[in-house]
Design a protein around this ligand. Structure first.
Ligand code: FNR
Length: 342
C-alpha cells in the first residue's frame, strides 16, 4: 500500500468511526459556586506549555501531511484556521517527507499559510537527532512533538514490532534540539510510569493522548479485517491520564488530549491539571463537514464559553482553574483509589 493511500484511509476511517465519548470527563462534576466573586473581564485564557506561551488552552493536534493533494489541502485549511483563530497547530508525522522530499510541500504549506503562528513538528520515537532537526527546520517549527504509538504500530500489519531504545533516542533529541520537545500518545494515554520515565530524561511537556476519542486500534483493525480486536478497548482514558501525569511530576507541563470535543471537556481537562488541550478528530470532523470558516467560528465560540464557565467557577486564570473544587465519580474514582492517588 502506498503512503498516500494509508494517509487518506486514516482520515476516512477516523471520520467514519468517529470519536467515542469514553474519555472519562462525565465522571467529573464541578462544585457550583454561588459567590464566585469574579467578572468576565477579569478572566484570561493565556497559558504556557513549558516555555511556549499560548493565548488560549486550545491547539490543533497532529493529523496529516505527506501523501498527495488531498492532505495538502487539509493542511492548508488547518493552517488558515490556526492563523485566524490564533491557536498553535501540530502537523502529522514528517517521516515520509524526510524519506521522500517530494512530500515536503504538504507540510511546508502550513508555515506558508501561517508565517507567525506556533507550529509543532512531528515524528515518531524511531527518529534520530538529525531527523528531528530536519523536521523542525522544514517548518521553522516552534516545538517538536514525538509521538509514541506502539499499539497503533502493533495493530498495523506493516507496523513496527521493535520499540527498543525509544527513551534513549528521546533523551538525545531533548539534549540536542534547540526547540522544546513534547512527547505525545495517539489515543492510548500515558500513566505515571511513562511520565516519570520521560521526565527522567529531561522531557518538560507531555501530551497524554488518552483513550476515549479517536481510536487508532479500531481504525487499523478496520483496515486489516478486524484481527486484533483486543486492542479496541486498550488504553488509559484521558481524564485519568491527565491526573496520573500531573501527579507524576509538578515540573512537566501536561497537555490533555484524546476525545476533547467541546469547551466543557477543555475546562474539565484543565481543572484536572492540564495546561492546554489538543483537538484532532473533532477538528477534522468540523473541517470536512462544515468547512474552515465554521471551524474558526467554533474555536472562537469555545474560547468564549471557557470564559463564561470560568466566571461561574470564580477562576480568573487557568492556574486558578486547576484548583477549583470538583467531584470525581465512577471509573475515574475507582482507578484513582486503586492507584493510590488522592
Ligand atoms: C492522528 N494523530 C496523529 N498523531 C501524531 O502524533 N502523528 C500523526 O501523524 C497523526 N496522524 C493522525 C491522523 C488522523 C486522521 C487523526 C484523526 C489523528 C493522532 C492525534 O494527534 C491524536 O493524538 C488522537 O487522534 C487523539 O485525539 P482526538 O482525535 O481524540 O482529539
Amino acid at each position: 500500500m502506498t503512503r498516500a493511500k494509508r494517509k487518506s484511509e486514516h482520515i476516512q476511517h477516523a471520520l467514519k468511526i468517529g470519536q467515542s465519548r469514553l474519555a472519562g470527563f462525565d465522571d467529573i462534576t464541578f462544585i457550583h459556586q454561588s459567590l464566585p466573586d469574579c467578572s468576565i473581564e477579569q478572566v484570561q485564557l493565556r497559558t504556557k506549555i513549558g516555555e511556549l506561551t499560548l493565548s488560549s488552552p486550545i491547539f490543533i493536534n497532529a493529523m496529516t501531511g505527506g501523501g498527495g493533494e488531498a492532505t495538502l489541502q487539509i493542511n492548508r485549511k488547518l493552517a488558515i484556521v490556526a492563523r485566524e483563530a490564533n491557536v498553535p497547530i501540530a502537523v502529522g508525522s514528517q517521516m515520509s517527507a524526510l524519506k521522500d522530499p517530494s512530500e515536503e510541500r504538504t507540510f511546508k504549506i502550513v508555515r506558508e499559510e501561517n508565517r507567525n503562528g506556533l507550529i509543532f513538528a512531528n515524528l515518531g520515537s524511531e527518529a534520530s537527532v538529525e531527523q528531528a532537526k530536519a523536521a523542525v527546520d522544514m517548518l521553522e517549527a516552534n516545538a517538536l512533538q514525538i509521538h509514541l504509538n506502539t499499539i497503533q504500530e502493533l495493530t498495523m500489519p506493516e507496523g513496527d514490532r521493535n520499540f527498543v531504545g525509544a527513551l534513549r533516542r528521546i533523551e538525545s533529541i531533548v539534549n540536542d534540539l534547540e526547540v522544546p520537545v513534547i512527547v505525545k500518545e495517539v489515543g492510548f494515554g500515558m500513566g505515571r510510569e511513562t511520565v516519570e520515565k520521560l521526565q527522567s530524561v529531561g522531557v518538560s511537556a507531555v501530551d497524554v493522548g488518552g483513550f476515549g476519542g479517536t481510536n487508532f486500534a479500531k481504525i487499523e483493525n478496520e483496515r486489516r479485517s478486524k484481527l486484533l480486536t483486543f486492542f479496541n478497548d486498550w488504553g488509559i482514558p484521558t481524564a485519568i491520564s491527565i491526573i496520573e501525569a500531573a501527579e507524576a511530576s509538578r515540573e512537566v507541563s501536561v497537555i490533555g488530549s484524546g476525545g476533547i470535543q467541546n469547551s466543557l471537556d477543555i475546562i474539565k481537562a484543565i481543572s484536572l491539571g492540564a495546561s492546554a488541550t489538543g483537538l484532532a478528530g473533532q477538528i477534522l470532523k468540523i473541517l470536512v463537514n462544515d468547512g474552515y470558516e465554521a471551524l474558526i467560528e467554533e474555536i472562537e465560540e469555545m474560547k468564549k464559553e471557557l470564559q463564561i464557565m470560568m466566571t461561574a467557577l470564580g477562576a480568573k486564570t487557568l492556574l486558578e482553574l486547576q484548583h477549583v473544587p470538583l467531584l470525581i465519580s465512577g471509573q475515574t474514582h475507582h482507578w484513582l483509589t486503586e492507584r493510590g492517588i488522592d
